[in-house]
Design a binder for this molecule. Structure first.
Ligand SMILES: CC(C)(COP(=O)(O)OP(=O)(O)OC[C@H]1O[C@@H](n2cnc3c(N)ncnc32)[C@H](O)[C@@H]1OP(=O)(O)O)[C@@H](O)C(=O)NCCC(=O)NCCS
Length: 196
């Protein structure tokens, strides 16, 4: 990455009507993701369906990107089901936090903002884990056929530690992906016990 975006310039705020003018100027490489934040996100947030976090430049007040989250779960099947059964966990599903939508303004891609966003989501998932349990982060990566492999969202998510979720049916447009938080949860627990 040549020119990382300055982290100090980023302010993360919940989507609200006071940001309508800023949101209306958002421009993204995928039109659906541009339309969502302009037309649907606030209504869905008002209905408690999901929640959108805006990433705004403190200096220019440009909307650099957004990430929309909701609760999710992963059904246990096959190998995972067996693994969990062995340790005495026989639930049908395990809790997850889902990245419903995520987009960076087209003039600011490839400057590390998307990577920072996935770290932000992970922080939220770990906070959720501390109060109610959260094992995975899930998402559905857009399957953009006409792009080079390295330019596909799936490549970006792989770089950020996500894997294809084979238990969920892919469709031609979306590839289900997930990240297991257990290794990070273990590390944090170890560090906590070492401090105490
Ligand atoms: C995908 C997206 C969120 C990544 O955010 P970003 O700020 O550009 O990502 P970062 O700068 O942190 O990381 C970019 C790295 O991811 C990889 N990458 C893979 N697909 C990419 C893509 N479509 N756009 C940008 N980078 C991509 C690149 O290898 C790049 O690494 P490099 O800088 O070494 O070349 C952003 O580009 C975007 O909003 N794209 C359009 C909307 C979209 O595809 N959303 C995801 C839908 S599932």
């Amino acid at each position: 990455m040549t020119n990382s975006y300055p982290v100090d310039d980023i302010e993360i705020v919940p989507l609200s009507p006071i940001f309508t003018d800023i949101v209306d100027l958002f421009s993204c490489l995928i039109p659906d993701l541009e339309d969502f934040v302009k037309d649907d996100a606030l209504r869905q947030q008002d209905e408690a369906v999901n929640f959108t976090h805006l990433w705004i430049s403190k200096e220019s007040k440009i909307l650099l990107g957004y990430v929309t989250l909701c609760n999710d779960s992963i059904g246990l099947h096959g190998k995972k089901k067996e693994e969990m059964k062995k340790i005495g966990i026989s639930y049908r599903k395990l809790p997850a936090l889902k990245i419903c939508r995520m987009a960076v303004h087209k003039d600011f891609t490839r400057r590390g903002i998307g990577t920072l966003m996935t770290a932000f989501v992970m922080k939220i998932a770990l906070k959720m884990n501390d109060v109610s349990g959260c094992r995975f982060i899930t998402l559905e990566a857009k399957n953009l056929q006409d792009l080079d492999e390295k330019d596909k969202p799936i490549h970006f998510y792989r770089k950020n530690g996500f894997e294809i979720l084979k238990e969920r049916k892919p469709n031609p447009s979306y590839i289900p992906m997930y990240k297991d938080l257990k290794p990070i949860i273990n590390e944090r627990r170890k560090a906590k016990y070492e401090i105490v």
